[in-house]
Design a protein around this ligand. Structure first.
Ligand code: FES
Length: 130
């Protein structure tokens, strides 16, 4: 039987940055077509950097660990740097995931990128720099 890495267990048992940002600058939700689970990321942006991130994940333990890890990896990064975080990088940071749970890591970076795109769209519409 596959054993989850200590990092996965830690981020699952003590997820960082869980929750919601009410006046978020960007928000992104993705669903996993394989299992139907959902992940939403909320971001705050200041001067082109992610100053705060929160997430809500209605999913399995691996998905929760992935969200938590993504939030830690992205905090403080510029938007361009955060856009370069890939699902593979997240799974690697977590010390790997079992093969049949790899699809769970597909939500993390995608939800983050969607939130950044949402922020960029809104910013474009407002027509001002932040
Ligand atoms: Fe759905 Fe893991 S089983 S995200």
């Amino acid at each position: 039987m596959f054993k989850y890495s200590e990092k996965v267990m830690d981020h699952f048992m003590n997820p960082r940055n869980v929750g919601q940002i009410d006046n978020a600058d960007g928000e992104g939700t993705v669903g996993n077509p394989i299992c139907g689970d959902l992940m939403t990321f909320y971001i705050k942006v200041d001067n082109g950097r992610l100053t705060d991130l929160r997430f809500k994940t209605f999913g399995c333990g691996a998905a929760i660990a992935v969200s938590s890890m993504v939030s830690e990896m992205a905090k403080g990064k510029t938007l361009d740097e955060a856009m370069k975080i890939t699902n593979k990088m997240v799974a690697r940071e977590l010390g790997g995931l079992p093969k049949n749970k790899l699809h769970c890591s597909n939500l993390g970076a995608d939800a983050l990128h969607k939130a950044i795109e949402d922020y960029r769209n809104k910013k474009g519409k407002r027509g001002k720099r932040k």
